[in-house]
Design a protein around this ligand. Sequence first.
Ligand code: FES
Ligand SMILES: [Fe+2]
Length: 390
Amino acid sequence: MPDANLFAANLSEVLKPVAEARGLPNAHYVSDEMFAAEREAVLFDTWAGLTVGAQVPQPGDAIPVSFLGMPLVAVRGRDGQVRVFQNTCRHRGMILVSEKGKVGNVIRCPYHSWSYALSGELKATPHVGGPGHNTHAEIDRATLGLVEIRSHVWRDVVFVNVNGNAPAFEDYAADVMARWAEFEQPIHHGGPESSFSFDVACNWKLAVENYCESYHLPWIHPGLNSYSRLEDHYHIEEPGHFSGQGTRVYRPTLTTDGRRFPDHQGLSDKWDAGAEYIALYPNVLFGVHRDHSYAIILEPAAKDRTIEHVEIYYADPAVQGEPFRDMRTANAKMWYGVFEEDVFVVEGMQTGRMGRYFDGGKFSPAMDGPTHMFHHWVAERLSQVQLAAE
Ligand code: FES
Ligand SMILES: [Fe+2]
């Protein structure tokens, strides 16, 4: 349980209405203790994004992820389902999977070869009863399966609730799922060029905060702003673990010959030229358009280091084919450029928080509502821990 005194730095200022509120104090960005406290209350007690299904496309594929220091492994089973396990052998605690790739039919520990099914059961324990004896009365395989971590896949993102105590994902994300019900359709990963990452020197929350608002568009994204201006955007700030922004004018030019990606079926006209960008708290950033979507998983590597994993998906599986390669590449390049433009501001805000007299900042009630919503949500979660500790 984190020390309640850690939060004495006045979260009540953050919990005020946006017009009077201050942002989260510096400690939330620069303190190791606070990083550890937020790991529990904000990331492990909720549904955090870990990886995407496209990283383990076939049964028998596995990807190890050290998530805030916790060794996890996501595995696609024979039944096609992705499961997440603690990546630690039940024998002597060896790390089981150390590289992304195919594990085959079983996860075999490299130390003494205990082997687990892709669904977690312990299947083989060679020589455990002495040379030539693969069983022992005291080794009850039924109780020695891999520790499964609660997980749920939505829009191909593998969400985990490490502490096992969050409401069901469908309840947690009910509001955003309802908002985007029209997009509950299969999505198809664009392949290698549609998967890229940025290693950014900032606390993960700054990436969320910057993503939620369109206020910075004219200065940080002049290219985007040339066809989708600040005044074409609206805020998304309804209660429910998410916030963000939308545009009424989404029309980038990807080719000179007017070709388009095929659209999702049956969308309402809102999406003809509309697009929405939502941060599902704590750490997943989504964007949806009529023809493609993306997810960005923020991997909090340290208090001041975040890996942003970008994955792009298309409405139609035909886009995975060769005829669309140039357009897929152009689209990935376009998004790479936009996200790259944001790097210096999130890094600059991190450095700015070393200023000891910074008071959390002053929100614009007109422009910073979605960002304040995120701060409010973080402060609320930490306050609950504080209350429980008292
Ligand atoms: S530590 Fe895994 S088999 Fe011994
Ligand atoms: Fe941006």
